[in-house]
Design a protein around this ligand. Structure first.
Ligand code: ADP
Length: 393
């Protein structure tokens, strides 16, 4: 059965087509700069990458090219072969604790949640509608980044703010990256050979979050009401004394929009280092002795260690710690610095095994009290799996 896994952003559209249940990738690609000029797309097929410059005024035009490529490359002979399309949706709040088949009511609820994800949810709906128009016979499924976190208990997801803010404005922790955390947790369960286990999953990319998982269920996660909570990220500050916000608005005369930009786009690694939000640039700065890059890296690592320690206690021990996403999979030095600081837990890194990028691997010694793994994430396959499962019933 052919299933498309789709991730629509405001100006981009990523896709991957699978033969299910084999999970064989038939074609993948990304449309970029949709509606903002200089648009193009790249597709990967049989290990070959092709780039084409095309005018893409909207998502529908991107889907038209996608359909054309599928037919021209003989991935499909007719559109009816595409049985399902799984769409990534960032915010499902407390409305969706699992993936669902999309109908008008689901679209209505996703749209109602726009204020909680003003950039992402509207883009997802644009993507959903574009595919519905051009491939109407495929069953559309919504896979939410938040649904994996719906198992958190109330004491974990509430903020110590007036209760009415929760009731009237939905202010609570929702988390993010749930599809990735779930994929990595499932994979760790397979590696450990048991379902009942305690895991700490570190999704560390430009956006970053850590989740405590018990018996396959999320107990707590570091992202919050928005994705700007918890860890120090590329450009987001993560956990911060919230009273700094009104203080700076008053002292520096910053508007709501300016302060929102600062905490989301000018903070984190970029804000501290003044150099870049990209961990590779920070590491290059460290090599040159740049003090602010050194500080940025140390703060970044320290916050991750604090969360691992917190979740170790919360879970009452842990069976494995897993690293994933851009830095988690590729950041050899970052992983080493994190694990070195966790020596108190009896964790012993194996530096030779850790000297690797982007492959699934154990990176601690046999004698380490807690095994730590790199597990490259695969959100696309999770979307395809959920879509396939819902279609099969
Ligand atoms: P997001 O999906 O949140 O935009 P990614 O998961 O792609 O982010 O992660 C981006 C981060 O991964 C960047 O900070 C980048 O420096 C880091 N990264 C990617 N490749 C490498 C690498 N080879 N070595 C070190 N860091 C890397």
């Amino acid at each position: 059965m052919k299933i498309l896994s789709v991730n629509a952003g405001s100006s981009s559209l990523k896709f991957q087509m699978y033969e299910m249940p084999e999970e064989k990738v038939l074609i993948s690609g990304v449309f970029e700069r949709i509606g903002i000029g200089n648009s193009f797309y790249t597709i990967k097929i049989n290990g070959e990458k092709i780039r084409k410059e095309k005018d893409l005024n909207n998502h529908k035009e991107a889907v038209e090219y996608l359909v054309q490529e599928l037919l021209e490359n003989k991935i499909i002979e007719s559109l009816d072969e595409i049985k399902g399309i799984g769409h990534r949706v960032v915010q499902g709040a407390d409305k969706f604790d699992k993936s669902v088949i999309i109908d008008d009511e689901v679209i209505e609820i996703i749209t109602e949640l726009n204020p909680l994800a003003p950039l992402h949810n509207p883009a997802a709906v644009v993507g959903i509608n574009a595919f519905k128009e051009l491939i109407p016979n495929a069953i559309a499924v919504a896979v939410f980044d938040t649904s994996f976190h719906q198992t958190m208990e109330k004491e974990a997801y509430m903020y110590a703010l007036p209760y009415e803010w929760y009731e009237d404005y939905k202010v609570r922790k929702y988390g993010a990256h749930g599809t990735s955390h779930k994929y990595v947790a499932n994979r760790a369960q397979e590696i450990l050979g048991k379902e009942n286990c305690k895991l700490i999953v570190c999704h560390i990319g430009n956006g970053a979050s850590i989740t405590a998982v018990k018996d396959g269920k999320c107990i707590d996660t570091s992202m919050g009401f928005t994705p700007n909570a918890g860890l120090v990220m590329g450009t987001r500050c993560g956990d911060t004394d919230v009273s700094i916000i009104p203080y700076m608005m008053k002292q520096a005369g910053l508007t709501y929009q300016q302060i929102d930009d600062v905490i989301n786009k000018q903070s984190g690694l970029l804000g501290i280092s003044g150099v870049s939000s990209d961990s590779r640039d920070i590491e290059a700065g460290i090599k040159e002795g740049n003090e602010r890059c050194i500080l940025a890296q140390n703060m970044f690592v320290r916050r991750i260690v604090e969360y691992i320690a917190k979740y170790y206690v919360l879970l009452n021990g842990v069976d494995a710690i897993c690293f994933t996403a851009g830095i988690g999979e590729n950041g050899i030095n970052v992983r080493k610095e994190i694990l070195d600081r966790l020596g108190v837990l009896g964790i012993e890194i194996d530096e030779e095994k850790n000297d690797v990028r982007g492959v699934e691997r154990l990176i601690t010694k046999e004698t380490s009290k807690v095994p730590c793994y790199i597990i490259p994430t695969d959100e696309e396959v999770m979307i395809a799996r959920d879509t396939y499962k819902l279609i099969e019933g």
